[in-house]
Design a protein around this ligand. Sequence first.
Ligand SMILES: C/C=C(\C)C(=O)SCCNC(=O)CCNC(=O)[C@H](O)C(C)(C)COP(=O)(O)OP(=O)(O)OC[C@H]1O[C@@H](n2cnc3c(N)ncnc32)[C@H](O)[C@@H]1OP(=O)(O)O
Length: 676
Amino acid sequence: MARYARVKGSIALITLTNPPVNALSAAVRRGIVESVSRALKDEQVKAVVFCGENEKFCGGADIKEFSGSMSGPPLVPMIHSIEAGEKLMVAAIEGVALGGGLELALGCHYRRHVSAQEALQLGIVDQVAEGSAVQAAMELALSVIGQPLNPRRLSLRAPVWAPDVDGVCDTALAQVKQRSRGAMAPVACVQAVRAAAMLPYSKGMERERQLMDTLFRSGQARAMQYAFFAQRNAGKWSLPNGAQWNNTRARDVQRAGVIGLGTMGRGITVCLVKAGISVVAIETDAKQLESGKKAVTAMLQRDAKRRGVSPPLHLLTFTLSFHQLRDVDLVIEAVFEDMNLKKRVFSDLCKVLRANTLICTNTSGLSVDELAAVTDRQPLVVGMHFFAPAHVMKLLEVVSGSRSSPEAVATAMALGKRIEKVCVAVGNCSGFVGNRMLKLYLDQSVYMLEEGATPEQVDQALEEFGFAMGIFKVSDLSGLDVGWRVRKASGLIGPDVDPVKPSRWRLGRRYCPLPDMLCQQGRFGQKTGRGWYLYDSPGSKEAKSDPEIQTFLKDYRHKYGIIPRRITSQEVIERCAFSLANEGFRILEDRIAASPEDIDVIYLFGYGWPRHRGGPMFYAAQVGLSVVLEKLEHYHRVHPDVPSLEPSRLLRRLVAEGSPPIQQWKSHIKNLRSHL
Ligand SMILES: C/C=C(\C)C(=O)SCCNC(=O)CCNC(=O)[C@H](O)C(C)(C)COP(=O)(O)OP(=O)(O)OC[C@H]1O[C@@H](n2cnc3c(N)ncnc32)[C@H](O)[C@@H]1OP(=O)(O)O
């Protein structure tokens, strides 16, 4: 796993060979140790150059090995022996030098990097080379052979620090603690820097080892490792008919249409154009078209300025005419979330598009099958559910309808990857994966307000758990009117609802009218300056506690005869997180998602679930499935009018089968119908 070659007479070239990223597996470390020893023994060798195969230096430790017991030579002593080696060591860095890969590079006496001016300025690398880094490294080695090595050994250098380094570290620690939201690793990084600054090298290394040991054994490390592979596996989609990522060809998309230039359409247009795809952007109203054009142009200009390139405005066509869509390869519909409107758009599209053009809908939860049914091309219809703001959020749910062709799914997945999204293929059902689960999480949050909590208490518990924002702040940001409209369309709100004392029981289950009552008062969230919180002005972002809301909640409880009780942070987390996981199990039973990993990726990239907690399914596994089952049974007993709290069949089955590890859950879902 490390190739040894003698080149240019006096250079030993050690190539790390563990594609795709030359991670430092046990075999690679063994190969390095053996090769270094060979080079040190070979009298002809005056210098050693390290490089990685396929122009990738090294992606760091092999994360796959973290879950087992470590074997092979340990990393840090290996690097120390390279640094202490009596022969010149040079790292030829190309592509990546991450984690242990960077440590290996720093252990060498000289480094180079192909593109990192910043690393040069920081003194991490000695020279930035154009062309082959390996050639440049060898030339550098030949030019410095014979010079003393001690001044090049980092372990012998005294660190250069500001006089008040302790104060600087204190400030950094406070900032990191606030930002890391419970994640241990960023805090440990600052502690390691402090150790490097205050202690002699060997003591500093020892402190780093202790910190590393703690992190390594933590549940957070397991969650992050799981999240890393879950993200990569999401791209390896498969359909029940056997079609999958590596046997289905995606179509090439050169020209796309975007229908609707509201918030979503604008973001989608920006993503496509940035990836070099020509876009015909359509609006029905000249004023909307103009404001969409301005917004898209401004976003692209800002982005181009930041990256020091010119904005690809030549790829854009803004028009009111559907006829301009004649030549596009794919259309993404992003109009208002209204089934009838979308159906109209879909049938209008069929009149102008080529017969083989794909039609995608950006619906956040409406039936893709129902929409496909109004077209003349059901196999060519899929969902592409972007998350707002679409040019920022990484997640894309690709919704495979019951008639969607493998080619259509492959094309949407490939397009998503091209525009740098994390894509997850899901089946068709109301809300797909993310929003179907979100509904139950939202329900629990508002039920807790009825029972005695405040929006601040719920949000604080969620933020302490690690969410960037609590659910009520997120709702204010997204706009409370969005859900209101959906509830109206689904028949939950209608003329028969008493406006003074709206019913808390609808469609056969508990219903919380609080969000509707807020909307009736014009409290739509940030955009109106008032929602669950108060804002200085419409559009401002800082959420402030609103005494009116506290009074409103008190009056509400009084009106319905609810005696408020204290709700602990633990209850908030259990009811929110376990409701999410419980619905996740149902989604797996229904085969709307192919694996728990896919569900977790959706929550990590679309809903702000903290990465150091893996995702709702991983979290349930980590807490223990029997504990989750017990808690859900308890909450369901206390709230029998909330059927979603009833533990799912799959959860019960998994507990009965001894709570197998998450990677094995898939094999326990047998004989169930699939929507994927
Ligand atoms: C103690 C701890 C120490 C000393 C460490 O070093 S911890 C590890 C530090 N390194 C990292 O965290 C890097 C993780 N990898 C990445 O960030 C990226 O993979 C990349 C920037 C190196 C490359 O990105 P990209 O080109 O987009 O490719 P993919 O991310 O899709 O990865 C390709 C395949 O390689 C596998 N991979 C990547 N890194 C590792 C690794 N460190 N260990 C094991 N496997 C790794 C990844 O899973 C992909 O595999 P497949 O999906 O193709 O099977």
